[in-house]
Design a protein around this ligand. Structure first.
Ligand SMILES: N[C@@H](CCC(=O)N[C@@H](CS)C(=O)NCC(=O)O)C(=O)O
Length: 331
């Protein structure tokens, strides 16, 4: 395999892993597709879409809420900001996240670090060689190194960091636990069938992923199209595996379920986000400006909560490496 194809295969495996770990047969299908990119590009639906449009620029947020809701949203935003700055009491010198850019579990951790204003560096792991985490016995991502101490598993990482930030507030409430579980066991499974739902959506998603990952121009090009083709097929298998008949309906239903869970409060945590809010936001943030995210905001009531979260979480505290800065400028 050429370096580019290997990169594409690696990337696609990462995405497949992020797509809630498809079975071995799906991995084989992916690898077969990627080893024979000609087969993928000769498929009629893909070539038809090779001219697919680029991911549009991030639109400005429209705030269409009524006056009373605006007041409570403003109060909630200021409470959330104050809470977010509490991370300042926990000041590690060196935080490094080993991740796959598209992994929802990694994105949960990033939302937490951003909200608590904890600066961190990111190391993108090659999902085939995993050479960046060769030193670790634990072979999944995310792995977080905090001043040299290794933390594994998104929920365990978040729990340990939360304990450091809130040493006197360790009793997780039942509701928060329930919804954090719902994110890991339900919401993440609905995402892949949606972001790779059609060939054009699969290309759009791969455009996002390859733009944000660490790829050369050629790797990006190959990964974008062959990866999109493979994941389009894999997503159909995942849909079956998780008993999803209509993926968009399932995504809308999940969004509505979440809004119902808020019970009219600005956040699940009340006037400020709790760990359930951060988990839902973390896994949805990368898809917000993909077609599936736009459709969800248009067809469900989740947009107001999402905008409150966006304001509460604020700017990322991820260290701006040159390639990350450049990839943000490209979109
Ligand atoms: N329960 C773990 C799940 C982590 C997980 O499954 N990560 C995937 C990527 S999204 C992974 O590393 N899979 C193994 C692999 O790629 O080989 C967590 O919450 O962190």
């Amino acid at each position: 395999m050429t370096r580019s194809i290997r990169g594409a295969a690696a990337l696609t495996r990462a995405v497949a892993a992020g797509a809630a770990a498809p079975g071995a047969s799906q991995h084989r299908l992916l690898q077969a597709t990627l080893r024979n990119p000609r087969a993928s590009t000769s498929s009629p639906w893909l070539s038809e879409l090779l001219s697919g449009r680029r991911w549009p620029p991030i639109p400005s947020v429209s705030n269409g809420v009524a006056g009373a809701r605006l007041v409570s949203a403003a109060a909630a935003t200021s409470a959330a900001r104050e809470e977010g700055s509490r991370g300042a009491k926990f000041l590690p010198d060196d935080v490094v996240l080993y991740q796959y850019e598209a992994c929802p579990f990694c994105n949960k951790v990033k939302a937490f670090l951003d909200y608590y204003k904890i600066p961190y560096k990111v190391v993108e792991v090659n999902p085939i060689s995993k050479k960046e985490i060769k030193w670790s016995d634990y072979k999944k991502v995310p792995i977080l190194m905090v001043d040299g101490k290794q933390m594994n598993d998104s929920s365990a990482i978040i729990d340990q960091l939360f304990e450091k930030i809130h040493p006197d507030d360790l009793a997780e409430d039942e509701e928060e636990r329930k919804w954090r579980g719902w994110v890991d066991n339900h919401l993440v499974h609905v995402l892949s069938p949606n972001i790779y739902r059609t060939p054009s959506e699969a290309i759009e998603s791969f455009d996002y992923i390859t733009t944000h990952g660490n790829f050369s121009f050629m790797e990006r090009l190959v990964a974008k199209y062959s990866g999109a083709a493979a994941m389009y097929l894999v997503s159909k298998k995942l849909k079956k595996k998780h008993n999803i008949t209509d993926e968009r309906a399932a995504l809308y239903e999940a969004a509505e379920t979440w809004v119902d869970a808020l019970k009219g409060r600005p956040f699940c945590g009340g006037v400020k986000p709790n760990l359930a809010d951060l988990a839902v936001f973390g896994v949805l943030r990368p898809i917000r400006h993909l077609q599936s995210g736009k459709d969800t905001v248009e067809h469900t009531r989740i947009g107001e909560w999402y905008d409150r979260m966006r304001h509460a979480v604020g700017n990322t505290t991820r260290a701006m490496t040159q390639s990350w800065q450049e990839s943000r400028e490209r979109i």
